[in-house]
Design a protein around this ligand. Structure first.
Ligand SMILES: Cc1cc2nc3c(=O)[nH]c(=O)nc-3n(C[C@H](O)[C@H](O)[C@H](O)COP(=O)(O)OP(=O)(O)OC[C@H]3O[C@@H](n4cnc5c(N)ncnc54)[C@H](O)[C@@H]3O)c2cc1C
Length: 442
């Protein structure tokens, strides 16, 4: 039997109805090996779940196929940007959303060598929430998939891996997906690839990828956190070392940035040397690095930066990382994926409800989202090449560049990175209506 969402930390009461509905619907999908829908979304990450939610909210029938059995995977980013919070505010869900456990960061700083540099001040942003939220991504995805259950057109199918496209007369007519009970076909007016940077959809569609390269990878691990630990420092720069630390209340989610391909060399030096590296860049972890006892606790996350030349072909569109894989720099990839979803719903909800999506509709989505994508990736590539590579390749004492010193003297300058990271280029606003009737698309 195919699985619908499981909450890995136990079923909370608020999710019970949602789970029961999904279990009841499971038998429908199991019995019929072919499903017809208006929009088939491959991938239940931030882009897929938000797009599915917005379209179902606008009365469009959607089927989201997610290959995993749950959202509980540790290597997802955790940042909820002010512009994403603004979208949640526009949807009327912000109060409920902010009841979920999270941290709010209004200012952040970088420890560059011996100097603490204030880098961004979000308190002046033109948004309702003037902070960056940190929330485990599985909570964010659980929240929106539970909210989606309010709409009859929202169908989320877990353990359903898209393995191929159905192509008829050169038009994508849907997908084939592997489930625990065998293969199913989902036929749709539009298929949207939201299946991340290793997208099967974009590969099967033969869409051309332009790689922008990435000289870094990330080692992802956690150590426990103490209340007295410093909390507003996100990045720590020392000779040949960069450590990013995300506050998850009782532990630090750490991202240790390394030169691309250097993990095997680090492993050869041994765990003790690795622990010393961590201590040298964050001395206050001295008493906790011993918690790292095995390489199994450390995940290698490979960084890619690329984008599609064309995001669409007849019957198919890619958004989020499937259209443009983002570097972790600035922690903006989730936000961009969500902004893509909002723009896609704004442009396509009406054509989908009328069951006619033309190439020019799809082109409109790319035209709308290409500028923010290119601008953000340009910024990420500059930081990767000019700052991170320089720090990782040098044993010299790290010193902040002159322009960052100005941030100390002139607090107003901290609003610039706050704006770029917190809101980004061309923020999207929800333009789709809420339609509760079940037969809007009939
Ligand atoms: C090391 C690292 C750290 C990062 N940290 C951050 C951060 O802190 N903040 C931030 O904003 N961004 C961060 N990013 C970038 C961010 O993770 C992505 O930009 C963002 O997740 C893109 O969202 P998405 O929905 O497009 O794709 P994804 O989040 O990759 O979601 C794709 C979904 O599709 C599913 N899927 C894949 N293949 C299939 C298939 N064939 N069939 C069905 N389902 C499938 C996957 O299981 C997944 O659920 C980081 C990136 C890296 C590499």
């Amino acid at each position: 039997m195919s699985r619908w969402i499981k909450n890995p930390r136990g079923v909370q009461a608020k999710h019970l109805i949602h789970l029961l509905t999904q279990m009841a619907l499971t038998s429908y999908f199991d019995m019929s090996r072919t499903i017809e829908t208006r929009c088939c979304i491959a991938g239940g990450g931030p882009a897929g779940v938000m797009l599915g939610y917005l379209l179902a909210r606008a009365g469009v029938d959607v089927v989201i196929l997610e290959k995993h059995a749950d959202f509980f995977r540790d290597f997802r980013g955790d940042t909820i940007h002010p512009s994403t919070l603004e979208v949640i505010y526009e949807l009327g869900l912000i109060d409920e959303f902010l009841k979920l456990p999270h941290q709010e960061i209004r200012e952040f700083a970088g420890q560059i060598g011996d100097e603490l540099i204030p880098l961004a001040d979000l308190t002046h942003l033109p948004t309702h929430c003037k902070f960056l939220g940190f929330m485990p991504q599985w909570d964010f995805l659980d929240f929106f998939s539970a909210q989606g259950q309010r709409y009859p057109g929202f169908h989320l199918m877990m353990e359903a891996e898209v393995v191929d496209l159905i192509i008829e007369d050169n038009r994508v007519a849907g997908v084939k997906a592997a489930t625990p009970t065998g293969e199913i076909e989902v036929r749709a007016t539009l298929t949207v690839g939201c299946d991340g940077r290793s997208s099967t959809v974009r590969e099967r569609a033969g869409l051309q990828i332009q790689s922008l390269g990435a000289p870094i990878d990330v080692l992802w691990f956690r150590v426990s956190r103490k209340p007295a630990d410093p909390d507003q420092v996100l990045g720590r720069f020392a000779p040949a070392k960069i450590l990013v630390m995300l506050n998850r209340d009782d532990y630090w989610q750490c991202a240790f940035v390394i030169r691309k391909g250097a993990f095997s060399e680090i492993k050869q030096r041994g765990l003790e040397a690795f622990r010393d590296d961590i201590k040298s860049v964050a001395p206050f972890l001295d008493d906790r690095v011993q918690e790292i006892t095995d390489w199994e606790q450390i995940k290698l996350l490979t960084v890619l930066v690329d984008r599609l030349r064309k995001w669409y072909r007849p019957g198919l569109l890619c958004i989020g990382d499937a259209a443009h894989a983002m570097s972790p720099i600035g922690g903006v990839g989730i936000n961009l994926a969500i902004q893509d979803a909002v723009a896609t719903a704004n442009i396509l909800a009406r054509p989908l409800s009328e069951n006619y999506v033309s190439l020019s509709h799809l082109q409109k989505v790319q035209l709308r989202r290409e500028l923010p994508t290119k601008a953000t990736q340009w910024g990420q590539v500059q930081v990767q090449e000019r700052i991170l590579s320089a720090v990782l390749g040098s044993q010299q004492q790290v010193r902040p560049p002159w322009f960052l010193r100005l941030f100390k003297k002139f607090p107003v300058l901290r609003r610039i990175p706050a704006r770029l990271i917190g809101v980004g280029v061309r923020p999207e606003h929800v333009r789709t209506p809420e339609i509760l009737s079940a037969d809007y698309t009939d």
